[in-house]
Design a binder for this molecule. Structure first.
Ligand code: SF4
Ligand code: SF4
Length: 406
């Protein structure tokens, strides 16, 4: 099939250009959708045009039914569909037009390339968007190592790395208020940056339509689909693909270990904060206390999940996704694993003379994770959740195409 004409000379391109020029006071989403496409976005649009004629994969995931609601694919459509794709590989393994066919259809790869581009495009501040391309395994480990070394030196200067057992009193090493200011400000900035980025994305991809019955049912469905990782089931419940044509549920399982492990650790910190400020109960908490139980369960999840995802990634089919993003993925998995490992070691050895050093290493790794959160793999969960919400809203609206089946 010959390559498509440049967008500005096709009928679609001229339509979008006219819409853009005439969209002075129109909704930002419509104006954005009319902007010229990058090469990567144009490739997604090309593949979606072919898929829209074929529709063999309609039941695989949400991308294809969302695609059928469109006849052309503008910038916002492409950003939305790219983030709705879960890179499960089902449509690649099912496709009769996949390479070496001349159509060269590889939807997971085309979507993955645009997905990474959207993380950079919507990053806050914009100038830091380039960090996504440099946030690899070595960078993550170097940041963690540097911060851990800095904190270990601070402990050493204060009284030595090896000390008398302090009965697990972390605040004797780093004062509570110092830790709150250091970690609260970095985590707060990470959440702010991600929040601003996903808000920009939402404004561009969603024209703000509200389905009959309001947005609440759509929001509930989106949360359900995100928590269940519904679209990693291949559309039939048997799972996605990893190294070959076989279906595989382990990828979803390890994602769940990782996600719920992270959330349990977050819950542990939140409960400990409530204990501290609301009830005046200070750490260390007993091994049978709620913060320690939540943290231990979360820590186990963050060991099992990242190790499993790392192993699956090393075996992944080379045509899945965009291998240029592997360093970013490995960097994120490594930090999650190290946060958990050092946290569990700290808990077990908190009554020994090694607590100060272990605390410095653990805090250094946690800080590295927080610093890289807005410019690394963590972003995929935020942007995909927003795309799932858009799909849950969109599918409740009447199709604008108003074809016979609508
Ligand atoms: S991925 Fe291939 S088989 Fe699936 S809808 Fe597109 S063209 Fe058809
Ligand atoms: S890779 Fe999976 S989630 Fe992505 S478009 Fe294909 S079937 Fe859908």
């Amino acid at each position: 099939m010959p390559p498509p004409e440049p967008a500005s000379t096709t009928l679609d391109g001229l339509t979008r250009e006219a819409a853009r020029l005439g969209a002075g006071g129109a909704a930002p989403a419509a104006a954005f959708n009319a902007l010229p496409l990058t090469d990567a976005e144009g490739e997604v649009a090309r593949q979606m045009q072919i898929c829209n004629a074929c529709r063999y994969c309609e039941g695989s995931c949400a991308v294809f039914p969302a695609m059928t609601r469109r006849l052309e694919f503008g910038k916002a459509d492409v950003h939305y569909l790219a983030n709705l794709c879960h890179n499960c590989g089902a449509c690649l393994h099912a496709c009769q037009y996949a390479p070496p066919h001349e159509f060269g259809i590889n939807v997971p790869k085309a979507m993955a390339v645009v997905r990474a581009q959207t993380y950079s495009d919507y990053a806050f501040p914009q100038a830091l968007g380039a960090l996504y391309r440099h946030n690899g395994l070595l960078v993550s480990l170097a940041i963690a190592g540097g911060l851990a070394l800095f904190l270990a030196l601070a402990v050493a200067l204060k009284g030595g790395l090896w000390h008398e057992p302090l009965a697990g009193n972390f605040y004797a090493v780093f004062p509570h208020n110092l830790m709150v200011v250091m970690f609260g400000s970095v985590f707060g900035f990470a959440m702010l940056a991600l929040g601003i980025g996903v808000t920009r994305f939402w404004r561009n991809v969603s024209p703000g339509e509200v389905p009959e019955g309001g947005n609440a049912p759509a929001a509930a469905e989106a949360v359900h689909n995100a928590l269940k990782l519904k679209y990693l089931d291949g559309g039939h419940g048997e799972g996605c693909h990893n190294e070959d044509d076989r279906f595989n549920t382990t990828r979803r399982l390890y994602h769940h270990f990782t996600f719920y492990g992270f959330m349990l650790c977050f819950a542990s910190t939140s409960v400990a904060t409530i204990y501290h400020y609301a009830f005046g109960l200070q750490a260390p908490y007993a091994y049978t206390s709620l913060p320690v139980i939540l943290g231990t369960l979360g820590g186990i999840g963050l060991l099992v999940g990242p190790v499993g995802l790392w192993r699956l990634k090393t075996q992944r089919h080379p045509m899945h996704g965009d291998s240029a993003q592997n360093p970013m993925d490995y960097g994120f998995l490594a930090l999650l694993f190290l946060v958990s490992l050092t946290g569990l070691l700290l808990m077990v050895l908190r009554n020994t003379g090694a607590m100060g050093l272990l605390l410095a290493v653990h805090l250094g790794v946690v800080m590295a994770l927080f610093v890289t959160l807005p410019y690394g793999k963590f972003a995929h969960g935020i942007f995909r959740s927003a795309a799932l919400l858009k799909w849950a809203i969109e599918r409740r609206l009447p199709s604008r195409l108003r074809l016979g089946s609508d």
